[in-house]
Design a protein around this ligand. Structure first.
Ligand code: GLA
Length: 684
């Protein structure tokens, strides 16, 4: 078995399959499921995610018989199991026995069962019950031959504001701040007569008369992430204590489920896993798949990770009601694999006959296996099997070589969700996504990095927005530039320290010296308003959301505002610092403008594209491997292209030296020993 030290599943093949809920079906269907799974090339089923009510029908009374038969049936058919602990969905008896373990909203309303995820993560009864069921499962199945990995819980993210949360929050605050004086300083409680004189008075940010204290709100989000991580650790440790050595994961959810600070979580997981649903049915969905995959690989420090869920051809989740054609399902799956996933798993194997997600598709749709989509999934299963060799990671564990990184931090997102910021249009996620999208269109491989990470491997680091910058982050950004890196900073970055206290003397406070600028005034724009810039790379540029009255303090002016109230004043700057440079845009540049600015800096910094000149929306991604590297060419366009260069087609064995066609909406994967030197161009 090949395994990157401490990262990923110990597997030398790619996983294919998805969530499997046999408890929804009579047993005779299970046998048919296995036959169909074999026909579709499925080798992994995620079992037990929502099975608590069946596994423990009464408190402390367990019924594992049905799960024994499921695992044995799957194993007999050669299907591995990702076994979940069912703690995302406590059964109704749990509510009856422990009403205090239900979550309470900020408005004081206690939820009840009848859906899922109705738990108060800090409630002792919930934690004890979770540990107990995890331990029982591990005792029983810890060495089951079908077991591939443990899937603890499902998408942690239920937030509780009740009494148990309040007590745990106070304990967390005592550890973080040490004393009430320090908490009062950090939370700036001199404002609005909020000074605390007793820990008992400190509460989660519940509904109050007007605005909640921002320090309290931020600390509560930090606490919730840490508290859920503790709950995860307890289950993981219970599994380990029961003697199971199978890798343990829990599935992160992106892009909207922003309750976790993923960097601190990912080091606690044996394998980072991700549930990812496209946020648009439009062409931009392809960039979104890349975004999720690049994040997951980065959370895994560049190593392997697992795509635990994606939708099949249809999804009914609000905002994601999308029909995906099967060609897109294939290309998206390959995009995740190219960027380091150890498999392509779906939600879900069989579309349910009823229930709240009855219209969420499956590999086996309601129409059954005699369907175009099932046949397409079976074809994809054969492709995933043929690509098995890519699973073995290179010795250094880094699957994708990127010269460009984008800073990501949950706290940056949380900070822009506060009310009463200078603009309601500030959107952290949109800024990060726009930056990644622009780099995708420019053909650069991208890593994400934590603010305090060692950035020395990169030539360019982008900070789309990071309101609060701590000492470690500041030191890391400074060292990066001094050693020759190019830093690109966009607005609403560096204005505050980690307590969200604005740095006095001029924005962007903590980064003022490094960027060589001083901002005196903020000029937020209305939603529809645009500002024009002149003198930038490639001529006129357009900005949105934000503008600033800025004076250089050592930086050179690259572009100026043209027209409007800031007419003629500096808009984009470049400051030489050490062996590198720090670039600043004081507005959020529109798509095309952002691309031009990034392109200019990336070229100045000598950042390398995977395939120079690859025409978007064709993407080329190189996945490095133990035995060979693989170039994935995904043609999201409606026109055929040609790929040429070192390598042979993995499926057909054809040599790509003289060029091979890539059909419209099609793809190719080349097995290659080279790292550069390919061309992708119009087929004509
Ligand atoms: C999530 C959950 C699944 C299911 C899907 C539907 O990611 O993990 O249980 O609800 O969404 O899209």
């Amino acid at each position: 078995m090949t395994r990157t030290p401490d990262r990923g599943l110990p597997t030398d093949r790619l996983l294919y399959g998805g969530d499997y809920n046999p408890e929804q079906w009579p047993e005779e269907v299970w046998k048919e499921d296995v036959v169909l799974m074999q026909r579709a090339g499925v080798n992994a089923a995620t079992v037990g995610v929502f099975s608590w009510a069946l596994l423990e029908p009464e408190e402390g009374v367990y019924d594992f018989g049905w799960l024994d038969r499921v695992l044995d049936t799957l194993h007999a058919g050669g299907i591995g199991v990702v076994l979940a602990t069912p703690t995302a969905s406590p059964p109704p008896w749990f509510t009856r026995a422990h009403p205090d373990a239900l979550p309470v909203g900020p408005d004081g309303v206690r939820l009840t069962h009848g859906s899922r995820d109705t738990y108060a993560v800090s409630a002792p009864a919930y934690r004890a019950a979770s540990r107990a069921i995890a331990e029982r499962l591990a005792e029983r199945y810890g060495d089951h031959p079908a077991l591939l990995a443990w899937h603890v819980h499902n998408e942690y993210g239920t937030i509780d504001h009740g009494e148990h949360a309040a007590a745990a929050f106070r304990r967390w605050l005592q550890r973080r701040h040490g004393s009430l004086d320090e908490l009062n300083r950090s939370w700036y409680t001199a404002f609005w007569s909020q000074r605390y004189t007793s820990w008992e008075d400190v509460l989660p940010p519940r509904r109050t008369q007007y605005l909640v204290n921002p320090g309290q709100a931020m600390d509560f989000r930090r606490f919730c992430s840490d508290e859920m991580l503790d709950a995860f650790r307890e289950q993981r440790d219970a599994i380990r204590a029961a003697g199971s050595s199978a890798p343990v994961t829990t599935n992160f959810m992106l892009p909207t489920w922003n309750h976790l600070e993923q960097w601190s979580w990912s080091d606690e997981l044996d394998v980072v896993s991700l549930d990812h649903y496209l946020d648009t049915v439009g062409p931009d969905g392809e960039t979104h798949a890349a975004y999720g995959a690049d994040l997951a690989r980065s959370f895994s420090h560049g190593g392997p990770w697992l795509l635990m869920e994606q939708s099949t051809t249809s999804s009914t989740v609000a905002g994601r009601r999308a029909h995906k054609d099967v060609e897109r399902v294939v290309r998206n799956s390959l995009s995740y694999l190219a960027r380091g996933s150890q498999g392509a798993l779906f939600f879900q194997w069989r579309a349910p006959a009823a229930g709240s997600e009855a219209w969420h598709g499956g590999i086996v749709p309601h129409t059954g296996e005699d369907s175009r989509s099932f046949r397409a999934f079976a074809d994809l299963g054969r492709v995933v099997a043929a690509l098995g060799e890519v699973a073995a990671p290179p010795a250094d564990g880094r699957l994708v070589e990127a010269d460009v990184a984008v800073l990501w931090h949950a706290e940056g997102w949380w900070a822009t969700e506060a009310p009463q910021l200078p603009s309601d249009e500030l959107d952290y996620s949109a800024a990060v996504r726009a930056t990644h999208r622009a780099l995708w269109h420019e053909g650069y491989a991208v890593d994400f990095a934590a603010p305090d990470a060692d950035l020395s491997r990169y030539r360019v680091v982008c900070v789309p927005s990071l309101f609060a910058v701590g000492d470690a982050a500041l030191a890391s950004l400074r060292a990066f530039v001094e050693r020759g890196g190019h830093l690109l900073v966009q607005p609403f970055t560096g204005y505050a320290d980690e307590d969200l206290h604005v740095v006095p003397g001029g924005y962007p406070g903590r980064l003022r010296d490094l960027l060589g600028v001083r901002v005196q005034e903020l000029h937020p724009l209305d939603a529809a308003e645009r500002v024009q810039l002149s003198g930038g790379p490639g001529g006129e540029l357009t900005g949105r959301v934000w503008s600033e009255l800025l004076e250089p303090e050592g930086a050179e002016v690259v572009a100026r505002y043209a027209g409007g109230e800031l007419d003629g004043s500096p808009a984009i700057t470049r400051a030489a610092a050490g062996a590198g440079a720090a670039h600043y845009a004081s507005t959020f540049l529109d798509g095309g403008s952002l691309r031009r600015w990034l392109r200019g800096v990336c070229e100045e910094a000598g950042a390398r594209r995977t395939v120079e000149g690859c025409p978007p929306p064709v993407e080329a991604v190189l996945r490095r491997g133990a035995h060979a590297d693989h170039l994935f060419v995904l043609n999201h366009s409606g026109d055929a292209v040609r790929v040429s260069g070192p390598g042979t087609d993995v499926l057909s064995g054809e040599d790509a030296g003289e060029g091979l066609p890539v059909a419209a909406r099609g793809w190719r994967v080349l097995r290659t020993g080279g790292r550069r030197g390919w061309r992708v161009e119009a087929a004509g």
